[in-house]
Design a protein around this ligand. Structure first.
Ligand SMILES: [Cu+2]
Length: 160
């Protein structure tokens, strides 16, 4: 246990040092900092936000025979997302599968029947598409695929 944890820590440190390709993790740690820091540094991180680090890589993936998931840049399947209200995010979505997908942002309360925003159709084997999303309300949202709602879905936590 202890050894595994040490190795994991080392990997984390190495990962952080190599220019941080884990955008979702980076977003989450920014959120934690904001909660504990005074208003002054919140303003500073908003300035940082405008410089374009609000990109979320979320790719369609076939993880087994006709088993589809959303995966983030670290390979996590259907990862929970943490977003800030009043901040525009750009989802960059690739689809190396042979199926069509479409990302729907939904109201978690009403689940897959509701639709707050949606991406364009994501054609099989297509180039990356970009989908911009912004909300002014804090709360719980969800996301899913129009065509694979039971396999490709996750939660979104929006904080002020
Ligand atoms: Cu799908």
């Amino acid at each position: 246990m202890v050894k595994k944890f040490t190795v994991y820590l080392l990997l984390l440190i190495i990962g952080a040092a190599s220019a941080m390709p884990f955008q979702i993790s980076a977003g989450q740690s920014t959120g934690e900092e904001n909660e504990t820091s005074p208003n002054g540094s919140n303003n500073m991180s908003k300035t940082g936000a405008m410089s374009g680090n609000n990109t979320i890589g979320l790719n369609a993936a076939e993880v087994g025979e006709e088993q589809y998931r959303w995966v983030d840049s670290s390979g996590a399947e259907n990862p929970p997302l943490a977003l800030k209200a009043n901040t525009e995010y750009t989802f960059v979505i690739s689809n190396p599968t042979d199926e069509e997908h479409e990302l729907i942002i939904d109201s978690a309360a009403e689940g897959k029947v509701s639709e707050i925003a949606k991406s364009d159709e994501i054609e099989p084997q297509s180039e990356d598409i970009e989908f911009k999303f912004k909300t002014d309300k804090a709360g719980e949202l969800g996301y899913h695929c129009e065509y694979h709602p039971d396999m490709m879905n996750g939660t979104i936590k929006v904080t002020q």
